[in-house]
Design a protein around this ligand. Structure first.
Ligand SMILES: *[C@@H]1O[C@H](CO)[C@@H](O)[C@H](O)[C@H]1NC(C)=O
Ligand SMILES: *[C@@H]1O[C@H](CO)[C@@H](O)[C@H](O)[C@H]1NC(C)=O
Ligand SMILES: *[C@@H]1O[C@H](CO)[C@@H](O)[C@H](O)[C@H]1NC(C)=O
Ligand SMILES: *[C@@H]1O[C@H](CO)[C@@H](O)[C@H](O)[C@H]1NC(C)=O
Ligand SMILES: *[C@@H]1O[C@H](CO)[C@@H](O)[C@H](O)[C@H]1NC(C)=O
Ligand SMILES: *[C@@H]1O[C@H](CO)[C@@H](O)[C@H](O)[C@H]1NC(C)=O
Ligand SMILES: *[C@@H]1O[C@H](CO)[C@@H](O)[C@H](O)[C@H]1NC(C)=O
Ligand SMILES: *[C@@H]1O[C@H](CO)[C@@H](O)[C@H](O)[C@H]1NC(C)=O
Ligand SMILES: *[C@@H]1O[C@H](CO)[C@@H](O)[C@H](O)[C@H]1NC(C)=O
Length: 456
């Protein structure tokens, strides 16, 4: 049954693309063969010094400028040997592989003057921390094709502690930078690396298609404020698999723009497949949807997730003014350990970018299926608080078994929500049980996917 669901979703989502010369379908089930690039240069050839102190921004920028000329000759690799390579922000180019050897560490400079400042993203209208601009990410891709960031477990370390302090003491001049960001790019692979200490988000594909994040380890300290691991944002055909993510705030957060800016930009996050992930979040959620979701989030399949030591396990966030939707989501085969709230869906979350939002722009939360979940040491099983003018609908729980800690204030909280539950322990609130007598009509499942696949 699970196999068939996955298969049909993949069929429904499939979209053949070329990555590094090979046909692939932008989903998790097609294994990529990454051909070696015909040309490779070492960052040493551009005068870089790997002592952890010398600033290498110019070396990275010059190397990539040089490698641009190989774009129409099969592309090129920039090789980073063992060492500690301090740098400010730099841009990648198309048909490029950035390869970090074992023992290679790219270190983000802690001097803000080494980071470029950029305009806000159009779907946000302002920076995430502050109105106005934002620092460009340490490693950037803008309107690129066929880019790979990989290695033999090399490390990209944002050295974010200074940014967390400036954020906490309100002394930032612009919103914090991310570690790796791709904007309006296609056919992107990030794999086989360790990412540490992002100033804000770690891996942020925005307005992208065909993005694969595989076999990476991403972490930041528990107390780092609002650090997020992987953030697919207004992007489609995204695969995240075999990743270990441990963050201060959210581990994986799917987003699609903020209130009136996200509505106007209108680019959804859709066709996302996440599997075999280990997720931990200290003050947020291991798997989050929103709260910025104004461009819509749909067709997401999550399988084989291990969620542990987290404040919230799986959380859907929105509020009035967002518009947009979160719909057609299946999350199955989840093991949770020591999670305070296993599932949450809230219509009262997050702030507005400014006071120009439309309070009548009501978001939709519909057709969410959570199945085959087992949890231990859970405090609250589920908290679903919808919006009165736009209640959450077709929230379906199947085969969920959570062992609740003694002393839990309550197992379920429900308001302005309807859905279906079958084989769920502890017994959920009546809102999730009584509204439908026939789950196959009410719930996002095989039947709906079947319909879509048949229509293709
Ligand atoms: C990086 O790319 C952005 C977007 O194209 C551009 O505005 C910026 O000048 C580039 N920075 C460098 C150092 O090339
Ligand atoms: C994951 O990456 C590590 C290096 O970081 C590598 O040794 C290992 O073989 C990779 N595993 C897979 C399944 O690609
Ligand atoms: C990868 O590197 C990180 C940090 O250097 C290390 O903690 C981890 O054990 C390494 N993983 C593998 C698979 O070698
Ligand atoms: C912000 O700008 C002020 C004035 O230019 C400067 O003194 C301060 O160091 C800046 N703060 C940061 C974190 O860059
Ligand atoms: C990751 O590393 C493993 C082991 O070297 C290699 O087989 C695999 O192709 C790499 N995967 C990606 C996507 O780079
Ligand atoms: C149970 O989970 C809570 C977090 O919700 C954690 O603080 C506590 O240590 C866990 N207890 C055990 C026995 O793992
Ligand atoms: C219920 O979920 C568990 C995993 O949590 C799985 O092993 C079991 O097969 C599922 N049962 C049914 C009837 O699908
Ligand atoms: C819906 O939510 C509102 C608050 O937003 C609350 O006052 C109301 O009682 C809720 N309705 C139901 C049926 O729970
Ligand atoms: C549920 O709906 C399906 C499809 O319309 C129908 O075939 C089935 O008999 C219904 N089951 C029940 C128990 O009503």
């Amino acid at each position: 049954m699970k196999m068939i669901v996955a298969l049909l979703l993949l069929l429904a989502l499939s979209n053949a693309v070329k990555i590094n010369g090979e046909e692939s379908d932008g989903q998790c089930d097609h294994k990529l063969t990454l051909d070696p690039r015909p040309h490779s240069v070492s960052i040493l050839e551009f005068g870089a010094v790997g002592d952890g102190k010398t600033l290498n921004t110019i070396a990275f920028r010059n190397a990539i400028f040089y490698l641009k000329s190989f774009a129409d000759k099969g592309g090129a690799q920039l090789y980073v040997p063992p060492g500690r390579w301090l740098t400010g922000s730099f841009n990648l180019t198309s048909h490029l592989t950035l390869f970090l050897e074992k023992g290679a560490v790219i270190l983000g400079s802690q001097d803000p003057s080494h980071w470029e400042v950029a305009d806000p993203l159009p779907s946000y209208g302002r920076g995430i921390d502050l109105p106005g601009g934002r620092y460009r990410s340490l490693i950037n891709g803008y309107m690129l094709q066929d880019v790979v960031i990989t290695g033999d477990n090399g490390t990209i370390d944002g050295q974010g502690s200074v940014w967390w302090d400036w954020y906490s003491y309100h002394s930032l001049n612009y919103s914090r930078p991310h570690l790796v960001e791709f904007v309006s790019s296609e056919n992107v692979v990030v794999s086989n690396l360790t990412f540490l200490n992002a100033p804000a988000y770690c891996i942020h594909p925005v307005y992208c298609s065909n993005v694969q994040v595989q076999n990476v380890s991403v972490s930041a300290p528990t107390k780092s404020p609002y650090t997020v691991g992987i953030v697919p944002d207004s992007s489609d055909n995204v695969c995240i698999e075999d990743c270990v993510i441990d963050m201060g705030y959210d581990a994986i957060a799917l987003k699609s723009g903020w209130d009136e800016y996200g509505i106007a930009y209108g680019r959804p996050t859709t066709n996302v497949h996440i599997r075999r992930v280990h997720l931990k979040s200290y003050s947020g959620s291991s798997l989050a949807f929103g709260s910025e979701m104004s461009g819509g989030i749909s067709n997401v399949l999550v399988e084989q997730a291990h969620i542990y030591n987290s404040l919230s396990g799986i959380e859907f966030r929105t509020r009035k003014g967002r518009g947009g939707y979160i719909k057609r989501i299946i999350i199955s085969d989840v093991v949770m350990e020591s999670v305070y709230v296993a599932f949450a869906a809230t219509g009262q979350c997050g702030s507005h970018p400014d006071d120009k939002y439309d309070p009548n722009a009501l978001p939709l939360l519909d057709h969410i299926t959570l199945q085959d979940v087992i949890g231990t040491n859970i405090t609250i099983a589920g908290s679903f608080t919808g919006i009165q003018e736009s209640p959450f609908t077709s929230i379906c729980l199947f085969n969920v078994s959570l062992s609740i800690t003694s002393g839990s204030p309550t197992s379920w909280v429900c308001s302005n929500v309807s859905g279906f539950a079958e084989s769920v322990f502890p017994e959920p609130c009546p809102d999730l049980e009584s509204s439908y007598s026939n789950s196959s009509l009410a719930c996002f499942s095989l039947m709906h996917l079947n319909g879509k696949a048949a229509a293709l």
